[in-house]
Design a binder for this molecule. Structure first.
Ligand SMILES: Cc1cc2nc3c(=O)[nH]c(=O)nc-3n(C[C@H](O)[C@H](O)[C@H](O)COP(=O)(O)O)c2cc1C
Length: 188
């Protein structure tokens, strides 16, 4: 990977919902980055469920997704929580990117996980299940700051500003730390 300026960060959102709070959170994070990093949401709704039988002739959606991630300097995973786990769509994206095994798009690619929930636990369970999968696919994943964002349904005011100063401060620290993390893995 070569260090681009700005760094190119692909964001994967684990919700397909039109009014997704998690997606809004990622858009909020993107507004916090300086000129040195760009966060772009990579869509996963068209991927279709992973099926090994389809590897011989992978769908255009799989090919496009894999090549988009391979171009990225880093990957930001943002997940809500479904039944104390990560939603199927984001695990599916991890699976699609992980094959063919020798060409996994995740191996060595710096990543970070942020989770969000309208409830108080901030998607802790989903966050750690996703981290477990990222260990399995060899994506070096930022350890700190951990980010479990509660109250995801009420993060922003009408102007798109964080309502809560402490949440904003955590999110700022998160994106700054992620930039430092990604640069460690990029060629000079
Ligand atoms: C099938 C399903 C299971 C859910 N399970 C959890 C859960 O385990 N923990 C939690 O905090 N919220 C849970 N929720 C509520 C979600 O956090 C909430 O719907 C949230 O808005 C989803 O994220 P999004 O706004 O980005 O789509 C669940 C929602 C659905 C639809």
């Amino acid at each position: 990977m070569s260090a681009r300026n700005p760094l190119d960060v692909a964001a994967i959102v684990g919700s397909l919902r039109r009014e997704s709070y998690t997606r809004r959170l990622v858009e909020g994070l993107a507004r916090l980055t300086g000129d040195s990093m760009r966060i772009e949401i990579v869509e996963i709704r068209e991927l279709g469920l992973y099926n090994q039988d389809d590897e011989e002739f992978p769908s255009p959606a799989w090919v496009a997704f894999r090549s988009r991630i391979k171009r990225a300097d880093g990957v930001l995973f943002a997940t809500p929580e479904y039944n104390r786990s990560m939603p199927a769509c984001i695990k599916n994206a991890v699976d699609v990117g992980s094959r063919p095994r020798t060409e996994s798009v995740w191996k060595g690619r710096p990543a970070a996980v942020i989770s969000a929930s309208p409830g108080t636990l901030g998607g802790f369970g989903a966050n750690h299940q996703l981290r477990q999968a990222l260990v399995g696919v060899g994506a070096p994943t930022m350890q700190a700051p951990e980010a479990y964002i509660s109250g995801s349904n009420a993060l922003f005011d009408a102007g798109g500003e964080f309502v809560n100063a402490a949440t904003r401060e955590l999110c700022e620290r998160f994106v700054r730390s992620f930039e430092t993390w990604v640069r460690q893995f990029a060629d000079p």
